[in-house]
Design a protein around this ligand. Structure first.
Ligand code: AMP
Length: 280
């Protein structure tokens, strides 16, 4: 496995591969890798000839006061995971913003609701870094996680609107044995907070059961989730929303498919989780 730190070197290697006709697969991450990230690498591997994983904690997607400086980092362990998953290049840039940078990529619609309400600049940072990384890595296919469902749709829109020649593939949410969605931020949780956090996946499951039993009133499903979470005092809801999985538009009367998305603070840690409600 090759390690590349310089953006120019990454782009030169990628352009060389493309010239030779190789398909490049790409999994962008912020590191502190876990099984969820590994599952995306496994999904990408058979779709490409050369697999690149980037590890970069992107400063522009954190607002002042968020956890940019404390975000967990463990490059040595991350390298082992990448090596095990058959990654060809781990791209570890130290900084992707020139001191005089003055360009941001903004998505003006899908990024406004859900997480965009409490993190109004977050998706500008995400869209900007993803365009930069796609330009450097030149992938034919890039794999993202359904865990960040809104991010995935924002990226799909950016790529479509900017005519970027890359397929965006989504991998399912990888969960711990007890249902907690894997996240690098789970490391912030105390044992007690971690057990409290289980209410998120459990309430999503209950909502799914209600949907499968025929409930199509979004308000009823939302109330169930809110009342479940309300029973756990350490957990404070940021939002519980039911939206169209593609357009992210709020839904009142549900059709056959809907996205139920949650953001909540468990202690001081903000976690997100979601479930696609689907009639069989
Ligand atoms: P992050 O390092 O948290 O920015 O995530 C990098 C990529 O991994 C994103 O596309 C995430 O959606 C994805 N990801 C994070 N957690 C999970 C998970 N539990 N299951 C599947 N994909 C995930």
């Amino acid at each position: 496995m090759q390690q590349i730190e310089e953006p120019e070197s990454m782009q030169a290697v990628a352009l060389g591969w493309r010239a030779q006709g190789f398909r490049i697969g790409f999994v962008p991450t912020m590191g502190y890798l876990h099984e969820g990230h590994a599952s995306l690498m496994r999904l990408a591997r058979p779709l490409c000839d050369k697999l690149v994983v980037s590890i970069y904690v992107n400063p522009t997607q954190f607002a002042p006061g968020e956890d940019f400086t404390t975000y967990p980092r463990s490059v040595e362990r991350d390298r082992v995971i990448c090596e095990t998953e058959g990654v060809d290049v781990v791209f570890l840039p130290t900084n992707l913003y020139a001191p005089n940078h003055s360009v941001r990529v903004q998505e003006l619609s899908l990024s406004k609701g859900l997480c965009g309400r409490s993190r109004p600049t977050h998706f500008d940072g995400v869209a900007t870094i993803v365009v930069k990384l796609l330009n450097l890595v030149q992938p034919t296919v890039a794999v993202f996680g359904q865990k960040d469902a809104q991010q995935a749709q924002v990226i799909r829109k950016v790529v479509a609107d900017l005519h970027m020649p890359v397929d965006i593939v989504l991998g399912p949410i990888h969960r711990d044995h007890d249902g907690l969605a894997m996240s690098s931020r789970n490391t912030y949780l105390s044992a007690y907070e971690r057990s409290s956090a289980l209410i998120l996946s459990r309430s999503l499951e209950k909502a799914d059961a209600l949907f499968r039993a025929g409930e199509r009133n979004a308000g009823m499903i939302r109330s169930l989730v809110l009342s479940e979470i309300d029973r756990v005092p350490e957990v404070r809801v940021d939002y519980v929303d039911i939206v169209d999985p593609d357009t992210l538009a709020a839904q009142e009367t549900l059709g056959d498919v809907a996205l139920l998305a949650i953001a909540a603070y468990v202690g001081r840690t903000r976690l997100i989780d979601n479930r696609v409600l689907r009639s069989e």
